[in-house]
Structure formats: C-alpha cells, structure tokens
Design a protein around this ligand. Structure first.
Ligand code: SF4
Length: 267
C-alpha cells in the first residue's frame, strides 16, 4: 500500500500523501528543512501565464517535457521559442526540443561559470583538456594521453538512455601536479557525454547571440516576476488544499486570477 502511494518518489507526506518532501527556498526555521510540497511549473509571456503543471518531484529537469506536452494540448501547438534557466538544461530536454523544432535558449549547468577567466584558464578542467578525434583521447596537463576505456549507460527518471564515455589516464601516481589534477586515489578518470557537449556548443552560441542576451535579460522579469507577484504581492505562500487533483485546480484558479488581474490593470 505504502509502495503504491510512493510510486517512483522517495518520500511522501502522511498529512497529504500526494505531496513530496522537497527542500524549500522559503524556510522559516532557516535550517534547510525538507517540507511536503508540489513543484508548480508555469510558462509565461509578457507576465501572463500561458500554462501550468503540478509535479511531484523537486527536480525541474524532469518536469520540462510533460509541461511542454501540457502546453501543446492547451494551446494546440508548442511554443516556437523556449527560454529557461539551467535547471532545465539536459540532454534529454535538448533532444526533445530539437525534435519538436522549438528554438532553444535553455541554459546548461555552469553556463555562467565557464565564461569566467578563472574557468577558462584552469588547465585541469575536463572542458579545457585538448581532445584528439583520430585517437579518441584527451591530453592531460602533463602531456599524457587519457584514453577511452568504456561506455556507461544511465537511464534517467523519465526513461531516457544516457550514454557516457569514460576515459582514463595512466601512471598518475607520481605526477607532480596530482594534487591539483586528480582527487581520486587511482588514475584520473573523466566522464564525457558527447551528446551533451554537442548541444552545449549549439546552445552556447544561441545564448551568447544578440537575441540570446536579450532573452536572458527578459526571463527573470517575465516568469520570476509572476511568482513574485503571486507569492510576494498577494502573499500566497502555500496551497490551501491537499491532494494532487485539488492542488491542480487551486493552481489553475490562481493562474486565472493572476491573468485577469493583469488584464484589468492594463485597461
Ligand atoms: S594527475 Fe594524471 S592526468 Fe593529471 S596531469 Fe598528472 S598524469 Fe596527467
């Protein structure tokens, strides 16, 4: 019975079995407590809510595809452009967006950090190791080869198959720069996802283009501002109802009220 209630989650609340324990940004006790909640996703345009979905996972990455499918169902088509933060950047999401011809301005993890001089100048970072396609190997800071050793398959929560490639250096034991280069006990191993690297090279160009910079500036003023209005201005900080179905209705009413309020203020 409990396992059925849990589904593929790793927790649920006894007071609301549909709610999942999540680490909330808002924490009255300031001690990082986990609290039962729902992950409310919205899509906005000019601060109007175009669609919303409620999820039982704290992981934003896993919510993107079902959220987009819900938008498609409601709007009759997918949006032509998607702008989102790094919490949504993953191989499976990039692939989904590419297949569905959605122009993508979705950041990936470390997008901002990798622009810094410190990151670019760090010779030990995997991203900065020179790659040779002919020998399918990387070259380490001491000029030695880091060769391909095996593939590693991981299945994501959405059932997507991630294929990573593992490369391993040799004789790191007496290397004079070992402390800076290799935190593990053995030889340095690096894990590469070629599909992610492929998408990152495309997305980086998109995000750094004139439009990309404009969209990146717009994003917080659009979607984050909507959450700000609901949570801050209206002081709506928790769902009043319990259970997934009721929370979905409550989120729908809130979205409707938000849109009507904006429309009324416009006129
Ligand atoms: S620790 Fe290993 S991988 Fe790193 S520089 Fe030295 S030999 Fe190369």
């Amino acid at each position: 019975m409990q396992e059925k209630q849990l589904g593929n989650r790793n927790s649920y609340s006894k007071t609301d079995p549909d709610a999942t324990f999540m680490r909330m940004k808002e924490d009255h006790m300031l001690n990082g407590q986990l609290k039962p909640g729902y992950n409310w996703q919205i899509s906005t345009e000019n601060q109007y809510i175009l669609g919303y979905t409620i999820h039982q996972t704290a992981n934003d990455t896993n919510t993107l595809q079902s959220h987009m499918e819900s938008l498609k169902e409601n709007l009759g088509q997918l949006p032509g452009i998607l702008i989102a933060d790094a919490g949504y950047g993953s191989v499976e999401n990039y692939e989904y967006l590419e297949k569905n011809n959605v122009e993508t301005f979705v950041k990936y993890q470390y997008f901002h950090k990798e622009q810094s001089n410190k990151w670019k100048a760090d010779p030990y970072r995997t991203d900065n190791l020179p790659y040779d396609q002919d020998s399918d190997s990387y070259t380490c800071p001491m000029g030695k080869k880091i060769n391909f050793v095996q593939e590693k398959v991981r299945i994501t929560d959405n059932g997507f198959r991630l294929l990573n490639r593992i490369y391993q250096a040799q004789n790191c034991g007496r290397c004079p720069v070992r402390e800076s280069c290799n935190k593990s006990r053995g030889n340095r191993r690096i894990e590469i996802n070629p599909r992610l690297n492929y998408y990152k090279s495309i997305i980086k160009k998109q995000l750094c283009s004139e439009r990309g910079i404009k969209y990146r500036r717009q994003r917080p003023a659009d979607v984050e501002a909507v959450f700000g209005m609901i949570k801050g201005n209206r002081n709506y900080r928790r769902f009043l109802l319990r259970g997934l179905e009721k929370v979905e209705i409550e989120a729908g009413l809130l979205s409707l009220a938000h849109n009507l309020g904006k429309l009324a203020n416009k006129n």
